[in-house]
Design a protein around this ligand. Structure first.
Ligand code: PRP
Length: 212
């Protein structure tokens, strides 16, 4: 018998792209799935349950085993070390992590301030560059920080580049390319190995086809 699989996913764009991948992989999902405000979505025909979470929280649900698998951005995986397996690069929601700031800003020589949602990634990056910085953790709208004098630079996700452009900021350094990953809870992988292997194989095939 097929086991029920609980999948944690972020709401919004990643959900839409991931749902499309799952459909291409042969899972029949109801059309209205994307429009729902429900946080738990059951698809009984496919033995699937979706938990819709904040992007940064997906790994928490999977690590604690309340979701068997999850779809999480590489940015989230880089920020927090979690006891989960990263099994497949889904190659969706492509973007990159970058350092940005106002053009031609004179940087504070002594520990410039860097605002970010990713304090661990930013600390590691600047440490590797041999730069001493002060990290200021924000939860969103990071681009505000240099505009109002809270920080000299930011470390944030750049997708289309529109947010930077419309706020008069420029990209200064490229940190890492980001895509969404399929992650698995280690215990679930043992208990539901067949169901999870099938999901991984079917998705891997679609990802490969999409790249051709
Ligand atoms: C993300 C990111 C940037 C923006 C980049 O923010 O933090 O602000 O998207 O996208 P763009 O390059 O296509 O403009 P999100 O929408 O997740 O909101 P947040 O700023 O509140 O985190």
């Amino acid at each position: 018998m097929k086991s029920l699989l609980t999948i944690a996913m972020p709401k919004g764009r990643i959900f839409e792209e991931a749902a499309e991948l799952l459909q291409k992989a042969g899972y029949v999902l109801p059309e209205e799935l994307n429009e729902s405000r429900k946080l738990i979505l059951d698809v009984p025909n496919e033995h699937l349950r979706f938990i819709l979470a904040k992007p940064m929280d997906v790994t928490t649900y999977v690590e604690h085993g309340v979701a068997d698998v999850g779809i999480a951005g590489k940015d989230v995986m880089m920020e927090e070390e979690r006891d989960v397996y990263e099994v497949l690069d889904l190659n969706i929601s492509k973007c990159h992590l970058a350092v940005a700031g106002l053009p031609e800003t004179k940087l504070n020589d002594i520990a410039p301030k860097v605002a970010t949602k990713y304090p661990n990634v930013a600390s590691k990056y600047f440490r590797e560059q041999g730069e001493q910085v002060e990290i200021i953790k924000l939860n969103g709208s990071i681009e505000l920080a240099p505009l109002i004098g809270l920080a000299d630079r930011i470390v944030d996700i750049v997708s289309t580049g529109r947010t930077l452009r419309e706020n008069g900021l420029v990209e200064l350094e490229h940190i890492a390319d980001i895509t969404s990953r399929l992650i698995v809870n280690p215990v679930s992988y043992r208990m539901k190995d067949e169901t999870i292997d099938t999901l991984v194989e079917r998705l891997a095939k679609v990802v490969e086809e999409e790249q051709e």
